[in-house]
Design a protein around this ligand. Structure first.
Ligand SMILES: Nc1ncnc2c1ncn2[C@@H]1O[C@H](COP(=O)(O)OP(=O)(O)OP(=O)(O)O)[C@@H](O)[C@H]1O
Length: 250
């Protein structure tokens, strides 16, 4: 396998500026990052360090000021809006803090909606595997209001997985959940990487959530400043403390 095929997404010398003149903010200041296929990557860092901006740029939801973004072998930076929409539909899955489910649709209809919009159908085997992994078989005909927060987030996870995207981006996926439901969702994300071979990038503030990842990338002030492999909640907490010290010294 070539290196190219093992990389699900890549940022090369990415800079992102917001605003102009005195009000200009450099949210990303030269970020180089590779997301390896079949890995669970967490992005951490202090508030305002650029985590969401980096994720939005990687996912083609925001445009970089300079540098390049690739998803699979496609260059995202410079893509037309039409091609970006197509890319987001077919190659990227999203999980948001607020679940973003449609209230009038059942769990199953919500899960299948992105594929329906793209005019595609999942293979029956894959759909069954995803539902099985998420543990939703008994809940497919329920509407979001009839589900707990954790179940709603698992529906959102299944929706992201069902199209077999190159990469799933999760923005604080456990931010609105109690700790038991949050743990369920994290175990599920972990499992979808281990047993379904999915690639996940997750932004989180929570060291115990980051400990479910294979790798944690730390941002500070728009730059990658540290990285941990096979993290534990303690090693992540320790790295965050060092970042705080670094920020205070700066
Ligand atoms: N649309 C925008 N316009 C202007 N500035 C922005 C915009 N979006 C983000 N920023 C600024 O860019 C910097 C990085 O923001 P970003 O939201 O990526 O940080 P973050 O690490 O995700 O923060 P948090 O943990 O608080 O969500 C911050 O200084 C922020 O104020």
């Amino acid at each position: 396998m070539t290196t190219e095929r093992q990389v699900a997404a890549r940022a090369v010398k990415v800079e992102k500026l917001y605003g102009e003149g005195e009000a200009q903010v450099a949210a990303l200041r030269g970020v180089d990052m590779e997301i390896t296929r079949g890995e669970f990557t967490a992005i951490m860092g202090p508030s305002g360090s650029g985590k969401s901006t980096l994720m939005h740029c990687l996912a083609g939801l925001d445009v970089v000021t300079s540098g390049e973004i690739f998803v699979g072998d496609q260059q995202v930076s410079g893509m037309s809006e039409k091609n970006l929409t197509q890319l987001r539909r077919s190659q990227i899955g999203f999980i948001f803090q607020q679940f973003n489910l449609l209230p009038t649709l059942t769990a199953e209809e919500n899960i299948l909606l992105p594929l329906a919009i793209a005019g595609r159908k999942p293979s029956k085997d894959w759909f069954d595997r995803v539902i099985d992994t998420v543990g939703l078989a008994q809940r497919l005909n329920h509407r979001p209001t009839e589900l707990s927060g954790g179940q709603q987030q698992r529906v959102a996870c299944a929706r992201a997985l069902v199209s077999q995207p190159d990469v799933i981006f999760a923005d604080e996926p456990t931010g609105n959940l109690d700790s038991t439901s949050g743990t369920d969702v994290l175990k599920f994300l972990r499992d979808s990487v281990r047993s379904l071979g999915q690639t996940i990038v997750m932004v989180t503030h929570d060291p115990s959530a980051a400990a479910y990842a294979d790798r944690v990338v730390f941002l500070a002030d728009g730059r990658i400043v540290n990285e941990l492999r096979d993290p534990t909640a303690d090693s992540v907490l320790d790295a965050m403390r060092k970042l705080d010290v670094r920020e205070r010294v700066a």
